[in-house]
Each structure stands twice: as structure tokens, then as C-alpha cells.
Write a protein that binds this ligand. Structure first.
Ligand SMILES: *[C@@H]1O[C@H](CO)[C@@H](O)[C@H](O)[C@H]1NC(C)=O
Length: 413
């Protein structure tokens, strides 16, 4: 998320032609920093232990854990590695079939992988992609302001992850997820409604308005002939080769405006007449509601669905499967990311932005049911307790637990 913010930031300041090379190049810096820091990382104690380098393993654990917990951690590590070795000599490689046959691991995987998949399928990247459009819809027409405001949204996103650090151990994972998803559902509903309104009733294209900019008329509008009388702003923005833009009427941006070729010359010409220039979304009376929808989405998404799936994945698997299972879940996350990124543009072209947001909204409702039913509360529980909980039941139906203590009683009952 910091990277997202950084890239918006850079695209805002590097607007001269050719600077995209810089934008891409700068992205290599954090990767290099990470590479160097990785060299400083200690070996994993589990791996050392398996290689019978017990002393080293214990030394690292002593560095990580406070003195009152370290003995417990050492014992836990020892037991889990020994159990692993007992289960079969070939324990170096864990076979997926066996993973799925172990009830606790299977249930843990359902929760962990499910959360990672839903993190992508509630549409965060689509919403972020549309944030400049949304900002323009809200009446901040210049591309410059739109980009500056998207900087604010990605800032909100980064801030949300910090808030999450404070909330996660106070409220617990499930509650954070449930509240987050409720907010996401509401904001997607709002976004879907506003996009529906703005696309179904956008300002008309005026023939005379357009003629004022003779020579720059959008070719697709020109060649539509008599059909062009039904054109509105949305129709104009979807015209391609060349792309077209909407230059709003000077008196009121909702009055009929001009449909022109979209490039910087024409944009400046439009601004020169102190009119507003739209290329991503059309002017609308309700545009500001979309901005509120966007802000709510990010405020709710980022501390919950944005961060908690990663945390749950670090807590839910029995120690000796944690590496493999965490890896499987992370892979699921990236594959889902790829699927959403590859499909959503064709989706919006086929059914429109409003329906696309609605689909993400429906998926978020499914995610909410999934969290309530399949994700156990792992807050502050040692792994044995989590395992017991997973062993005990596959599905949960209680929406809200008073506190962690209930869950503890339940699981040991
Ligand atoms: C914009 O389009 C007009 C009309 O095709 C053309 O005359 C002008 O040179 C273009 N400006 C830029 C910056 O491409």
C-alpha cells in the first residue's frame, strides 16, 4: 500500500514526458533495500533445528522473544519438529494430500486461503483504479486535482494499515473483518448507485456548443450524422480512435456541452474559455456522493480486509505447516489479484461500471457470510488452542462474541 501511494505521488510530480522511465526505475529502490535487509535476516530457527543446529536456533529465539516466553517457544519448536520427524522420514517435503487429510490444517486452509481470495475479490484494486474518475465525477474536473486527490485516497489507505495495528489486538480479527466488510458492502452499494445515476443521465451534447470549437469536433460524433442528436456526455467519453472528451457549458456544467477530440491542445482550449474539461467521468449533480463512497470504502477496507487476512494466515496453521500453508494462501492472493486485474476492464466494458461495483458488492456479502462461518478468532491464542478450535467445529454461526474468553471456554469445553 505504501507502494501504491508512492506511485500516485510520483505520477503527480513527474508529469513531464519521458519521466515514466523514472517512475518505473524508482520502484527498484525499495526492492534493493529489501534485498539488502534480507541478507541481514537470521536463519529460521525451525530450519536450524531440523539441521540439528540447536544452539543457534535457541540463540535466535532468545533474541526474538521476551525472557518469560522464550522457554515455552523453545519447547514448542522442539515438540513440533520432533512430531514432524516421527510422522515420516520424508518430512522435508510436505505432501498436499496429507495436508488436506489433516482436519485442522484443512479447516485452517479454508479460512486462510478464503480470506486471501476475498481480499482481492472485494475489488480494492478496481476501486483504486477508478479513484481519479470518481474524483472527476465529484466535480474536480482537472486531471491535476484528480491526481492530487487520489494521492489523498492512497494516503488514507496507508493510514488505515497503521490504524489496523492499533485495533487488531484490541478488537480481535473477526470483529475487525465483520465491521470492515459491512462498510465495504455499503460503500460499494453507494458507488454502484452513483455510477448508475451519472451514466444514465449525463449532460447532452450540443451541436452549437460543439461547433464553437470547429475543427476539433470528435470524429465519431461527426460521423454519427442525425444519430448524433441523441449523444450525451457518456457516449462521447466512450468514443475511441481518437478518444474524445467533454467540454462542459460555461454557465452550468449540466447544460449541453461540446464533444471534442481529447488531447492537451483541446483541453487547454476548453479551459481557456473557463469551462470544465472531462475525460474520465461526466459532470453530475451527485458526483460528490461517489467521493464519499470512495473514502468510506478505503477507510473500511484497509484496516480490516486489507491487513487481517495476512495476520490470520500467520496464526492459524499448526507450526510445522505454517510455511507451506502461508505460501499457498499468498499464492491464492496473487492469483486472485491477477484474475481481477485482467478481467475488470472487460467487465466494465461489457456491463458498465455500476454493475461491476454491484458484483463486487455481492461478492463482499458472500465474504461476510464466509468470515462469520469459517474464520475462527485467533487473537492472542496459542496455536494449541487454535488447533483445538479448528478440530472442534468446521462452521461457526455466532456473529459476535463478547470477548476472547468465550471462545476459549467453547474450545476447551
Ligand atoms: C490535438 O488534436 C488536434 C486535431 O487533430 C491537432 O491539430 C493538435 O495538433 C493535437 N494536439 C496535440 C498536442 O497532439
Amino acid at each position: 500500500m505504501m507502494m501504491m501511494m508512492l506511485s500516485f505521488f510520483l505520477s503527480f510530480f513527474f508529469q513531464a514526458p519521458g519521466t515514466w522511465r523514472w517512475m518505473l526505475g524508482v520502484a527498484a529502490i525499495p526492492a534493493m533495500v529489501q534485498f539488502v535487509l534480507m541478507l541481514l535476516l537470521p536463519e529460521s530457527p525451525r530450519w536450524l533445528y531440523r539441521k540439528r543446529r540447536v544452539e543457534e536456533a535457541e540463540a535466535i529465539l532468545r533474541k526474538i522473544y521476551p525472557t518469560n516466553e522464550v522457554e515455552y517457544e523453545i519447547r514448542a519448536l522442539k515438540e513440533s519438529v520432533e512430531a514432524e520427524i516421527e510422522e515420516g522420514g520424508s518430512s522435508e517435503k510436505i505432501n498436499i494430500g496429507k495436508l488436506l487429510k489433516t482436519k485442522t490444517v484443512r479447516r485452517g486452509l479454508v479460512a486462510g486461503v478464503g480470506l486471501q481470495v476475498f481480499q482481492q475479490f472485494v475489488g480494492i484494486n478496481t476501486v483504486m483504479y477508478y479513484s481519479p474518475t470518481i474524483v472527476q465525477l465529484a466535480g474536480f474536473a482537472s486531471n491535476q486535482t484528480a491526481l492530487a486527490l487520489s494521492l489523498v485516497t492512497s494516503g488514507l489507505n496507508a493510514l488505515g494499515s497503521i490504524v489496523s495495528i492499533y485495533l487488531i489486538d484490541r478488537t480481535g480479527r473477526r470483529r475487525l473483518l465483520i465491521v470492515s466488510l459491512c462498510g465495504v458492502v455499503l460503500s460499494l452499494g453507494l458507488l454502484s448507485t452513483v455510477f448508475h445515476k451519472t451514466t444514465s443521465s449525463s449532460p447532452a451534447i450540443g451541436r452549437q456548443e460543439t461547433a464553437r470549437f470547429g475543427g476539433y469536433t470528435c470524429p465519431a460524433y461527426d460521423s454519427a450524422g442525425s444519430g448524433s442528436s441523441s449523444w450525451d456526455c457518456m457516449k462521447c467519453l466512450t468514443a475511441s480512435s481518437p478518444d474524445c472528451g467533454f467540454c462542459a457549458a460555461s454557465a452550468d456544467k449540466l447544460n449541453p456541452g461540446a464533444c471534442l477530440i481529447s488531447n492537451s491542445t483541446v483541453r487547454d482550449l476548453c479551459h481557456g474559455e473557463s469551462r470544465l474539461w472531462y475525460t474520465r467521468g461526466c459532470p453530475s449533480r451527485y458526483g460528490w456522493l461517489a467521493l464519499i463512497g470512495l473514502a468510506l470504502y478505503i477507510i473500511f477496507f484497509s484496516p480490516g480486509m486489507g491487513t487481517v487476512p495476512w495476520i490470520v494466515n500467520s496464526e492459524i496453521y499448526p507450526l510445522r505447516f505454517r510455511g507451506v500453508c502461508g505460501g499457498i494462501a499468498a499464492t491464492a492472493n496473487w492469483i486472485s489479484n491477477l484474475i481481477v486485474a485482467q478481467s475488470f476492464l472487460s467487465l466494465t466494458e461489457a456491463i458498465g461500471t455500476s454493475w461491476t461495483f454491484l458484483i463486487f458488492g455481492v461478492i463482499s456479502v458472500v465474504a461476510l457470510v464466509f468470515v462469520i462461518a469459517c474464520v475462527p478468532e485467533t487473537k492472542g491464542l496459542p496455536i494449541e488452542e487454535v488447533e483445538k478450535m479448528l478440530e472442534h467445529r468446521a462452521l461457526r454461526f455466532r456473529l459476535w462474541k463478547k470477548g476472547n474468553d468465550d471462545e476459549r471456554k467453547n474450545s476447551s469445553a
